[in-house]
Design a protein. Sequence first.
Length: 399
Amino acid sequence: MSNQKTDDNRFEPVDMSLHELELISRQSLTYWQDAWRRLKKNHLSMLGLTAIILMTLLALFGPLFSKFSYSDQSLELGNIPPSLEIYRIDDSHYFYMNKEYKLIEATREGEVLSRLIPVEDNIFEKYRLYEIGDKQVKVDYSLAAAASKSEDPNALKFAITVDGQPVEFIDEVRNQTYWFGSDNLGRDLFTRVLYGARISLLIALVATLVNFFIGVIYGGIAGFAGGRVDNLMMRVVDVIATVPLLLYVILLMVIFEPGLKTIMIAIGTVYWVNMARIVRGQILAIKEQEFVLAARTLGASSSRILFRHLIPNTMGPIIVALAMMIPSAIFTEAFLSFIGLGVSAPMASWGTLANDAVSGLRTYPYQLFYPALFISVTVLAFNFLGDGLRDALDPRLRK
């Protein structure tokens, strides 16, 4: 065998960049991991999710930090706002005057103590005399009538004197006893708003369960069966959807008393029809695809095809629809409670709190502000989350 010299010019180094092209730069993501990744990029949706979590935590644990229950009342301390104008008598005596020109003893920091009893209440000359410590305090509200007719918005409505010397408030501080103020019966508005959050979130949970276990299954069976079965089932849905929810509630009151149970039964009766229509449409769109034919060929039963293949492939639109229907259920409960068809006193609901506050809206606007604020924040949070889920679960937007 002859020795041949190797010609190095016939060889060249391997281009390693071609090998690097075949490397996996990152771990592959599942459908739900990719949806969560895109949902986190939607700031409004994450803000809505955070608000929902905080609202849930407040509803569950918030009342534990209050020394009042939702039914505790003190008529002497009614209609006290969340911020107090504190007047000073001496270093150990401070008070706040309410809209009815009555004095409430308080601390410098804003803790409400008790209502002061006047030693003289002259309704003809319109003044009240109080003895606080060794001081005599006079509240003259005879100026209110003239101030109401005056065009000057800063016209004085009252005058307060301590031993004949005029006194003005020294500071405006937060109410340390009633954080959101008190209602006309002296009940803590903070505690009642949080108990109202419990009821609203319970209604949201009921609406979710009803939509998921009735609407999804009913719509899935109708869409998968097709033909006369589908036609008959959807006509039932049409009949239920034509009757307003308010009429269902009124009819149920003939059997049950007004309250949370009536609203839950009404929602459970009619709230699933829109979900059934959505699921039926999705099932009709995908039931003729190849993976369904492959499952039939392998001998899968109809129930297995429906619950293991078709419904899981429609979970994206189902979750989006659930997120959009929950705020509607919360607002429906608040509306029914507002018109007197919801929970009964002394239980608290955002709707009943708004109804109680309407009569004193101009005098005590804070009593309507807080339940309206919580309703708005909760509904907006679910709407923001629903919009984000719609974008995140849409496979056409995957990148």
